[in-house]
Design a protein around this ligand. Structure first.
Ligand SMILES: C[S@@+](CC[C@H](N)C(=O)[O-])C[C@H]1O[C@@H](n2cnc3c(N)ncnc32)[C@H](O)[C@@H]1O
Length: 316
């Protein structure tokens, strides 16, 4: 178990925060609040690594969820208003995400140690916006991971029959159009991967000097996933939907733990400014890292607490 860090001493800006939830046994510190405000409370160059899965600004995936809506949505197996979550296409969403994420990234840049890594999950169709936001905040874009899963996810493409049926034309004409469009669907592929943009805060000097001074900037190539050497494609199954966790976008603990072990050393601090149901914090606990996290939705923090304390069994 990591030793108590000076950063968490009672009386400092963390220990005094009324809203902070501190799980002392594991050195996990969760703030309930807006990341844009809470990040300003963190000391310059104090965080070793940032791993996060931000809100994507897609339909029904913002931060305006309450518990009832979430439970209702998860019961409907992610289908909301007849459309799967995140399906409605609007290019303005990407632009909004980039604007928001540029500000977030600027704030993250200040708190991360020189040479520290900042990894950000994204839907493939938004990765370009995310990478540019991170680069505009002065991070160096180093690579892109694909988190690959094999489970069948919901096919997003749908046929035009419903719309043809609604047309004010004869049945014969409807049948003729349906035949012409047979097999044709909306341009949405079945998702089997998510991207993770891998960036680094510029080092102070060379790799060795930076590592000796800050303890970060190099990856640990001894870490493997299912016995395989580090690879940009990581195959890890999606967590199954658990009763105690109504969050819609839970990441596998094993995947986050794998990333934490590559990019940090034991006892170091991982920051997740969009904690959701607590996956990063749980992965920190399992890998002997400290965690600072922010989440705007109190219901999710309650789920995170239960998971971290081991009151529920997390398969992944
Ligand atoms: C994609 S989810 C993270 C899911 C997480 N990886 C997990 O495994 O449970 C993003 C989270 O960011 C939270 N969020 C949205 N806007 C926020 C903000 N301004 N500050 C802090 N958290 C925010 C949402 O409530 C949501 O839980």
């Amino acid at each position: 178990m990591p030793k108590r860090s000076k950063l968490f001493k009672t009386g400092d800006s963390f220990g005094n925060s009324e809203q902070a939830l501190m799980l002392k046994e594991y050195w996990i510190h969760i703030y309930c609040g807006d990341a844009l405000l809470e990040l300003d409370k963190i000391t310059d160059n104090s965080v070793d690594c940032i791993i996060t899965d931000p809100p994507y600004f897609l339909d029904k995936m913002g931060d305006d969820w309450n518990k009832e809506k979430l439970e209702e949505a998860s019961q409907k197996s992610k289908v909301i208003g007849g459309l799967p979550v995140g399906m409605k296409f609007d290019s303005k969403q990407g632009i909004a995400l980039q604007k928001f994420y540029t500000i977030v990234s600027q704030k993250l840049y200040r708190v991360l140690k020189p040479g520290g890594f900042f990894l950000s999950f994204s839907q493939p169709r938004l990765s370009h916006r995310m990478a540019i936001a991170m680069e505009d905040a002065n991070f160096e874009v180093r690579d892109m991971y694909a988190w690959h899963y094999s489970q069948k996810s919901q096919a997003k493409a749908f046929s035009m029959d419903h719309f043809i049926e609604k047309r004010n034309i004869s049945d014969t004409e409807k049948e003729r159009i349906k035949k012409k469009l047979a097999g044709r669907k909306t341009p949405q592929l079945r998702p089997t991967f998510e991207t993770i943009v891998m960036t680094q805060k510029p080092r102070e000097g060379g790799f060795v000097d930076n590592f000796l001074k800050w303890g970060v900037g190099l990856i640990d190539t001894k870490i493997t996933l299912d016995g395989k050497f580090l690879n940009t494609v990581m195959m890890v199954e999606k967590p199954s939907r658990e009763k105690y966790n109504c969050h819609l976008t839970v990441k596998p603990v094993r995947l986050i733990q794998h990333l934490i072990e590559i990019f940090t050393s034991k006892g170091q601090i991982v920051l997740d400014p969009f904690l959701g149901s607590g996956t990063t914090a749980l992965a920190c606990k399992k890998s002997g890292r400290k965690c600072i996290a922010i989440e705007i939705n109190r219901d999710y923090i309650e789920i995170a607490k239960t998971r971290i304390k081991g009151e529920v069994y997390d398969k992944y």
